[in-house]
Design a protein around this ligand. Structure first.
Ligand code: ATP
Length: 517
């Protein structure tokens, strides 16, 4: 199936099974805003727990905060967001569709990469075991030609971004014959800058209301509280402050489901270090964060680091963690060495000292900061895209069938087990409820008695429930049940009293955290 179709199915599946709904759907929706349904919210909470505990529980020197969304407007002046939090936009005059100029060029680069990859894959098939990828990439004429094209385009693109040269961005689009995917034409407007911050007013207009912004990142709430936390928590550098919270950006292009939203959630860590040590810490956090992603078992080949074409105004090193979504490799997380930019700016704009007294050096300095910043929603999309599978299975009567299954890691799955009485009589429902009453303190359980057992299994597969427990007549005699495993579809007979241990082992955060060592 084409990857585009997989993605469409995934979006439909998220709606059909209570994961994600379009916001304000009965009013025809609100663009790039989404609501999480009954299973979506559970998965989201589990992702947040995985992140929060891996930061705050597993690192002695990391603590969390929860700062307000509204902040003093000068904060956004100091941080550079009022003047520089812009995206370059361009319109196609025929389709009247708006695009991010940088994204159009990035997509062009990805197309060239794809061509190269196709050549490599073809050759691998042809040569089999004997294939030497490195040699092929450095000698094959077609690959070399495309690589040169990529290098040239990439260089030109980086230069244009670094010089904020909007005319050059447009010229690159024209020279590369990039067409609007809707109209197919190359009839483009000039490129303009567009500020992504939402604003509103605080206080009544009669008293002269103050213009305030909805935060476009959670990080600034950490910077302006860093000394409060350092002093009250007696924190010693190096230390980190973690935060999970909503952020808002008036995105120009918002067409990829929850990948790019106007209201979303971030999980950010600001790690405060001694000046001069930041690049070492940057490398350490790169490793730590990649491990965190890969511990979920979606395959190392589906991740890569991507160096930034242009460093943000505050950074001296930056890298993205990219995941292979159904629409290609895209950023899920940014890791930035933010220098002392933010704290120095806040010192200057607030007139307050934000220095740390280092008892070892016996001197004060403005700490440097390494940031890791990941979107909860993009992480959600990563999990759900890796989990979505359609498989051919053979039913009891020998007929072939397709089952749709969400292979969500059990530890993150919204519902851990479904308990099903084989029939709705003879005491089986009561027995099933008794099992749930015993297990509900530990796990999110679901009672399911409607339809045949086969149909119920399929429903739970579609939700991603890792365990189904069936109560039958034998249960009433010997207190054993059938447990069925989502991924293998294997079934086994086990005593009811063993259920808790079997499930605990599989859904344990502890087991996941041990992989992070
Ligand atoms: P992009 O280049 O995709 O616009 P960015 O580089 O501006 O992203 P950052 O400012 O580094 O993103 O934000 C950190 C993380 O926040 C991103 O890696 C992403 O996971 C998440 N994020 C940013 N913007 C959005 C959005 N509009 N919708 C959902 N998640 C987002």
């Amino acid at each position: 199936m084409a990857q585009e179709d997989v993605f469409k199915k995934l979006v439909a599946h998220c709606k059909e099974y209570g994961y994600v709904f379009q916001s304000s759907e009965i009013y025809d929706g609100l663009s790039a805003v989404y609501d999480y349904g009954q299973y979506g919210v559970e998965l989201k909470n589990n992702i947040k727990k995985y992140w929060w505990d891996s930061m705050v529980l597993l690192h002695e020197n990391v603590v969390g905060i929860d700062s307000a969304i509204f902040m003093h407007p000068t904060i956004w002046k100091a941080s550079g967001h009022v003047d520089a939090f812009n995206d370059p936009l361009i319109d196609n005059k025929d389709s009247k569709k708006r695009y991010r100029a940088d994204v159009l060029i990035e997509e062009q680069l990805a197309k060239i990469e794809d061509k190269i990859q196709k050549e490599v894959d073809k050759a691998r098939k042809r040569f089999g075991e004997a294939f030497d990828e490195q040699q092929f990439r450095t000698t094959n004429a077609r690959v070399l030609e495309n690589q040169q094209k990529w290098d040239e385009l990439h260089q030109r693109f980086s230069n244009a971004l670094n010089d904020s040269n909007l005319e050059e961005l447009k010229q690159i689009i024209i020279d590369n014959e990039i067409a609007c995917p809707i109209s197919g034409t190359r009839n483009w407007t000039d490129v303009r800058q567009f500020n992504l911050m939402f604003s509103t007013e605080m206080g009544s207009t009669a008293d002269g209301a103050m213009k305030v912004f909805l935060r476009p990142e959670t990080a600034q709430g950490i910077f302006v509280n860093y000394l409060n936390v350092q002093k009250t928590g007696r924190m010693k550098i190096p230390f980190g402050i973690a935060q999970i919270g909503k952020a808002f950006r008036n995105e120009i292009v918002a067409r990829q489901f929850i990948f790019r939203m106007r209201e979303f959630e971030q999980m950010e860590l600001q790690f405060f270090v001694k000046p001069g040590t930041e690049l070492d810490w940057f490398e350490q956090w790169k490793t730590t964060r990649m491990k965190w992603h890969q511990a979920l078992g979606f395959g190392a080949e589906n991740y890569r680091f991507h160096e930034h074409e242009k460093l943000a105004h505050y950074a001296n090193a930056a890298v993205d963690v990219e995941f292979r979504f159904p629409f290609g490799f895209k950023e899920v997380e940014g890791i930035h060495s933010r220098t002392d930019f933010d704290l120095s700016q806040h010192e200057q704009f607030s007139g307050k000292k934000l220095r740390y007294f280092d008892p070892e050096l016996n001197e004060s300095y403005v700490p440097y900061v390494v940031e890791t910043s990941i979107g909860v929603d993009r992480m959600f999309l990563q999990v759900i895209s890796a989990a979505y599978h359609e498989e051919e299975v053979t039913g009891a009567n020998g007929e072939k069938d397709i089952r749709t299954v969400l292979r969500i890691p059990a530890v993150l799955a919204p519902v851990k087990l479904a308990v099903m009485p084989l029939v709705k009589k003879e005491g089986l429902p009561e027995k099933a409820r008794e099992i749930i009453d015993h297990l509900k303190f530990d796990f999110n359980c679901q009672y399911d008695e409607k339809d045949s057992i086969g149909k119920r299994y399929r429903r739970q597969d579609a939700i991603g429930t890792p365990f189904c427990v069936t109560v039958d007549h034998q249960t009433m005699q010997d207190n054993t049940v059938t447990i069925r495993y989502r991924d293998t579809m294997e079934q086994e007979r086990v005593p009811v009293e063993n259920l808790r241990d079997i499930i605990s082992g599989e859904v344990s955060f502890r087991r996941l955290f041990e992989k992070l060592k």
